[in-house]
Design a protein around this ligand. Sequence first.
Ligand SMILES: [Fe+2]
Ligand SMILES: [Fe+2]
Length: 490
Amino acid sequence: MKNITSTLKKLFYLWRRTQVPIKQTNKISKIDNLIIFLICILISIISSFKLLLITPLNFSEIFSWLLTFTEVLISSGILILVSKKENPTISSRQIILIITLLLAVQASKLALSSTISPLSIIIPPALIISQGMGSITALAWVSIASLNWPDPAIAINNNLFFILLVCASIVSLLGGRIRSRAQLLQLSIFVPIGALLSQWIFIGKNKISLINEQEFDFPKGDIFSDSLLLAIVMLFTILFIPIFESIFGLLTKARLLELADKEKPLIRRLSIEAPGTFEHTLLICGLAEEATRMIGGDIDLIKTGALYHDVGKLHAPNWFIENQDGSKNPHDEIDDPFRSAKVLQAHVDEGLKFAKKNRLPKPIANFIPEHQGTLKMGYFLHKAKEKNIKINDNDFRYNGPIPQSKETAILMLADGCEAALRAMNINASDVEALETISKIIYSRLKDGQLKDSNLSKGEIFLIKRAFLNVWKRIRHRRIQYPTSKNNTFS
Ligand SMILES: [Fe+2]
Ligand SMILES: [Fe+2]
């Protein structure tokens, strides 16, 4: 009996550890909500008004119009909910982009669907959405865009509908994962080829003879020219994705990887003008990447965010200990804890200015203030207390905000552990290293720095293990191997 109780207790403890706090989604202003609602109404009108043009108009026609109108309005609402669920920090601009693309597609169906294949209308927007907002949002968008056809007179061929769904789903799934522009180009070539072959097999095989070009057509147009058009529209979409990125604040994987390039001018400046900070940054990238991989977070986002988190130190590199190579410490010279605290806060404020100047996307810029949160500047607070000056503890805290995502919270923890782990004795045991990590993480937790981050207790446990693993790697690297005079090449 005792065994059962303790097992149940253990299970309950494990279950509690895995529970993630409820995350509040971004608030959207009333005006934006109204704009979004009006666009949804417009989509519903465009998708259903043709049903009212049937003469003579009787009750059943009005009823089917009302049904279609409501169906499209509800599906637009579901689409918005899905996008919010997949991207809790989605902005109103991005929601407007998703539904405006739906509006454009419904309008294009009215104007063009009798002349061009629906593949060219639906697949390119799906690529933009999957790149910027993720695969699930793109799949939801594709299903709504494929199911609602505003013109009842145009009956879409069943096989073509199936090919459309398969191609659009492939683009949605791969688009969310693709990590370079080259892979995007490959997608824009292989999907149209796939569409061409499948249309040829399922729709036009009786009509196509590869020898006689004249017969290379089918009732809804030419399979080959439709696929060519799809390839061209997809290539243009890829060309315009950077413009969508800057207008709607989209953060695609390709953009993240471009920003993570260490040859970027701001990162080059950091490595030359603040080499200590650059080294600290690289170590943090390693810690944060491992921890994010453990909890299944966005690795590309944290790698890039970590790279830029301390760029603000460029405003005065020698005021930070890691860049002082034995020279005088300016903080000792001024001997004023208040001014020193202002210099520390400035690395956040100046960092945000650098981010704005270099047009860093918001999710990356968020790492700059959130990695410091509202942490205490312990050393200078202690100094001020020593001088017996009347102080308010809040004067020695960073302005915040505290981390709002799992990734920025991991960066805060990595930032706190990095110096301690680096300073640890090479002979320290794993238990000692884990104790050091746990102490630092616990202090952040107790200070309320992680309460908005949505990290569960189980995830915090995994983060500790990840930091320990990285520390073990660092220690291994630091062990000096004995070199023999005769064997210098091994
Ligand atoms: Fe910092
Ligand atoms: Fe840092």
